[in-house]
Design a protein around this ligand. Structure first.
Ligand code: AKB
Length: 316
């Protein structure tokens, strides 16, 4: 029987992944944790400060945890406000989770990496699995280092850590916080509320993105794959779709023709410029059968329908 611990469960991905894991393993077998609880969380929740090793160790041993999904991280844009603090939190939480997992005999750990590991001197179109990693942000540096630690813990201790490099994740169930790809979620909220949208990236800035359903399915499929199929022990490239702000705007306009956009690029433009425009995820497709389902228009439709329902409900 599996017992699951999720750290960072109140974050954008955590809220949705918690529900998916509850459905798969049973509500009572999933321990969601974070430093504060999201308002609509249902099921077992613990306040857990992952920078505190004893607290992590205690939680894993007390619940006899068999799988950990370690989602805590300060993201690319927010992380630049205080680089040393970002490094400290992202790395300390990683060490605490990996070490407590190893010492308590946890069977599998999921560690999310990001397209932020890429930076200068890469091929920006179809960025391959293993170029030089010279990220521009502290978040990207911490993810690149984390991938190597994941590989190290697997090779040295046999801890079965699995990882994907998420593109920007877009979902209607939760809001992102502090990322460079966040505009691609906020734009839908403005569109359903019939508000004009001011984009913090230029209209032509193409980035890799993925719809939440695909991101969650990729995570579960990777964690379910037979161990011998997992050939990449740093982190797998993962692709959903690629688009720029003008293209997502055009897609939304097919549903809301009155929607208006303007562009005021800020410091996040430089971060976005350093990231790939598209990703070669052929290794993930080969090793564990990855295949995205959503494209820009099918995602826009889902986003608009679900957010319309959400705003109608909350305004009652
Ligand atoms: C961010 O923009 O920082 C994140 C990411 C791509 O990892 N969404």
């Amino acid at each position: 029987m599996e017992k699951i611990l999720i750290t960072g469960a109140s974050g954008q991905l955590g809220i949705v992944l918690t529900k998916a894991l509850q459905k798969k393993y049973g509500v009572e077998n999933v321990i969601a944790s974070d430093i504060s609880k999201s308002s609509n969380h249902e099921g077992v929740f613990e306040i857990l400060n992952v920078t505190n090793y004893e607290a992590v160790d205690n939680c894993i041993s007390r619940h006899k945890i068999t799988q950990v999904y370690h989602l805590v991280a300060i993201l690319s844009a927010k992380g630049e406000a205080n680089p040393l603090n970002t490094w400290g939190i992202n790395m300390n939480t990683l060490f605490n989770v990996f070490e407590a997992s190893r010492l308590n005999g946890v069977k599998k750990v999921f560690y999310p990496s990001s397209i932020a590991v890429f930076g200068e001197d890469i091929e920006y179109i179809n960025t391959p699995q293993s170029p030089n990693l010279t990220p521009l942000t502290v978040y990207g540096m911490s993810k690149a280092a984390g991938e190597n630690w994941a590989n190290y813990y697997y090779k040295k201790y046999g801890l079965d850590i699995r990882s994907v490099r998420y593109p920007g994740v877009i979902g209607y169930q939760s809001l992102p916080g502090g990322g460079t790809t966040d505009y691609a979620v906020s734009i839908f909220h403005s569109a359903v509320k019939n508000e004009d949208f001011n984009c913090f990236l230029e209209s032509s800035t193409t980035l890799p993105m993925i719809f939440m359903d695909d991101a969650i399915r990729a995570t579960l499929e990777l964690m379910d794959a037979p161990k011998e199929n997992i050939k990449v022990r740093t982190s797998y490239n993962l692709a959903g779709m690629s688009f720029n702000p003008k293209q997502i705007y055009d897609s939304i306009k097919k549903i809301n023709p009155n929607f208006k956009i303007s562009y005021t690029p800020d410091f996040r433009q430089e971060i976005a410029n350093s990231w790939p425009k598209s990703i070669d995820d052929s290794q993930a497709r080969k090793d564990w059968g990855w295949q995205p389902k959503y494209n820009l228009d099918t995602m826009s439709k889902e986003m608009m329908e679900n957010l319309k329902e959400y705003y109608n409900l909350v305004s009652v």
